[in-house]
Design a protein around this ligand. Structure first.
Ligand code: HEC
Ligand code: HEC
Length: 304
C-alpha cells in the first residue's frame, strides 16, 4: 500500500470512529420531563406510604447490616443487590441533603421514577424497576416523594455498582431505552370495577410484579404477550411461577384465599411464597390496607 493510500484509509477509519462516537452520544442522550409537566397537586403522605410498601422500596433500598438506618428499617441504601450483570447498591432515599434525596426537586424525583434519569442527567440501570414505576401517574409519584421527605434524614453515602465498565454501560442504557423502554402511564379499563383497576395498577405499576413474573423478549423488555405467565428468574435464581389461572390450577380457592396468602405468606401454611425475593414482596404487601391486597387478588384471579 502506498503512503497516501494508508493515510487515506487511516483518515476514513478515524472519520468512521468519530461518526460512531457521535451517533452513540446522540442515541444515548437522556430525554427528561420538563418541570412544566408537573401536575398541580397537594401531596398525600399516607397515600405515598402505601405506594412505598406496594413497591417494596424499603427492601432493595435497605441499609447494610449495622449501617446507619438499619436498626430503624429506614431506606438509607447501601445493602448489595446482586444481579447477573453485577452487584448494585440502591441509594439513600431519606431526605439527607448531601447523600439522600433531600436536595432533589420534584421533577428530579419524577424523572428518576418515570424515565430512569438521574438529577445529573445520567441513565439509571433498569435493575431499578422504573420500567414498571413509569406507569404511575405523576400525582402518585409526588405522594411517594412526600412520604420519603417525611422520614428522618440519615447520612449514608451511595456507592457506584460493581458492573464492568460502569460509565460506558450506564451511557449504553440509553441505547437500550430506545429499543425497549416505553414511558406510557397506566390507563384504567372502564369496563372493569374500581377494585380491579386498583389491583391492575398496583400489580403492574408500583408493585412491579411483572419484573419477575413476566418473561422477557430478546431485548429484555417484558413480553406482554405472556403477561405474568412466569419464566426464568431475572436474578438467575431458578424459575418464577405463573400468576395466570391460579384458581383453575387449584393454587387458591378464591380472592379471599389469595388475599390471606399475600398477607400472611407461609406462616399461614401457603407455599411458594418465600424464595427468589418473594418473601420480601409478601412482607411488604402485608403492610398494605386490606382493600388494596384484595384488589391485587381480584386482578390476579381475573388472569387466564
Ligand atoms: C428491585 C430492587 C429495587 C426496588 C424494588 C426499588 N429500587 Fe430504587 N433503585 C434500585 C437500584 C439498583 C438503583 C440504582 C440504579 C443505578 O445505579 O443505576 C435504584 C435507584 C433509585 C433511585 C435513584 C437514587 C438512588 O438512590 O440511587 C431512586 C430515587 C429510587 N431508586 C427510588 C425507589 C423507590 C421510590 C422505590 C419504590 C417505589 C424503589 N426505588 C424500589 C433498585 C430498586
Ligand atoms: C423479585 C422477584 C419477584 C417479584 C418482584 C414478585 N414475585 Fe411473586 N414470586 C416470585 C418467586 C421466585 C415466587 C416463587 C417462590 C417460591 O416458590 O417460594 C413467587 C411466587 C408468587 C406467588 C405464588 C404463586 C403460586 O403458584 O402460588 C404469588 C401469588 C406471587 N408471587 C405474587 C406476586 C405479586 C402480587 C407480586 C407483586 C406485588 C410479586 N409476586 C412480585 C418472585 C417475585
Amino acid at each position: 500500500m502506498s503512503r497516501t493510500r494508508t493515510a487515506r484509509v487511516a483518515a476514513a477509519l478515524a472519520l468512521l470512529g468519530v461518526i460512531g462516537v457521535a451517533a452513540f452520544l446522540i442515541l444515548t442522550r437522556v430525554h427528561p420531563l420538563d418541570a412544566t409537566a408537573l401536575p398541580d397537586h397537594a401531596p398525600d403522605v399516607a397515600g405515598g406510604e402505601v405506594l412505598f410498601h406496594a413497591g417494596s422500596c424499603g427492601s432493595c433500598h435497605r441499609a447494610a447490616d449495622g449501617a446507619p438506618g438499619s436498626a430503624e428499617g429506614l431506606p438509607t441504601g447501601g445493602a448489595g443487590f446482586p444481579t447477573p450483570v453485577g452487584t448494585f447498591y440502591p441509594g439513600n432515599l431519606t431526605p439527607d441533603d448531601e447523600t439522600g434525596i433531600g436536595a432533589w426537586t420534584d421533577i428530579d424525583f419524577v424523572n428518576a421514577m418515570s424515565r430512569g434519569i438521574s438529577p445529573d442527567g445520567g441513565h439509571y440501570f433498569p435493575a431499578f424497576p422504573y420500567t414498571s414505576f413509569r406507569l404511575m401517574p405523576l400525582e402518585d409519584v409526588l405522594d411517594l416523594r412526600a412520604y420519603l421527605m417525611s422520614l428522618p434524614a440519615v447520612r449514608s453515602p451511595g456507592r457506584e455498582p460493581d458492573v464492568p465498565v460502569v460509565g460506558l454501560a450506564r451511557r449504553g442504557v440509553g441505547l437500550w431505552k430506545r429499543l425497549a423502554f416505553d414511558d406510557r402511564r397506566f390507563e384504567p379499563d372502564p369496563s372493569r370495577s374500581a377494585a380491579w383497576n386498583r389491583g391492575a395498577y398496583l400489580t403492574n405499576g408500583p408493585g412491579h410484579c411483572g419484573e419477575c413474573h413476566t418473561p422477557r423478549t430478546w431485548t429484555m423488555a417484558l413480553d406482554e404477550s405472556r403477561h405474568l405467565a412466569g419464566g426464568p428468574h431475572p436474578g438467575g435464581e431458578g424459575k418464577v411461577p405463573s400468576l395466570v389461572g391460579l384458581v383453575a390450577r387449584g393454587r387458591y380457592k378464591d380472592v379471599a384465599d389469595l388475599t390471606l396468602a399475600l398477607q400472611f405468606g407461609e406462616t399461614f401454611g401457603f407455599d411458594k411464597l418465600s424464595s427468589g425475593g418473594m418473601a420480601d414482596i409478601q412482607m411488604n404487601l402485608a403492610k398494605l390496607p386490606d382493600s388494596d391486597v384484595q384488589a391485587i387478588s381480584e386482578y390476579l384471579l381475573s388472569l387466564d
